[in-house]
Design a protein. Sequence first.
Length: 181
Amino acid sequence: MTRMIYHLIYGKALSSIVMLIASAVLLWFLAAFLAERYRKNKIWIWINRAAMLAALAAVVGVTICSRSETEAEMILMPFSSFVEARIQPEMYRSMLMNVFLFVPLGLAMPFALPQKWKHRALFTVLFACVLSVGIEYLQYRLSLGRCETDDVICNTFGAFLGTLSFQAWCRMKLWFSSRRG
């Protein structure tokens, strides 16, 4: 699975990856809009629950299960990857991949959570941050790679980007309901 992800995504141009993220956010919003319009909310919720579980499985698979043991290294200086990327531009791709990895979780989770929760997008972003911290801790403790603050920042930002479709959907619902009332 990890090899397939790397082959399909990691070899792409950075601009293609950015366009893929933007397209995913837009398409997820459109799907949510259509589900609302055609009163298929229950189906949409279950699709998002399945997508959320698949996203979590992919995150754990890519960050923990597919790694082999190496020397444990910890880099706690925020944004040190940007300094390193000036010397080694491939680091930009690595940071973008960390963003990309958490976008699906951000897309699906707010729609999958109970509707009575008011701050589903915020909960999703906070959950992604805590999950990312846990992953980085496990990578360090199990010697599965570098434990980096920048990975947590990029992962959390990816989840935030994913929640943009949910936030736009909420604004659209509010706008439509104000026009009807």
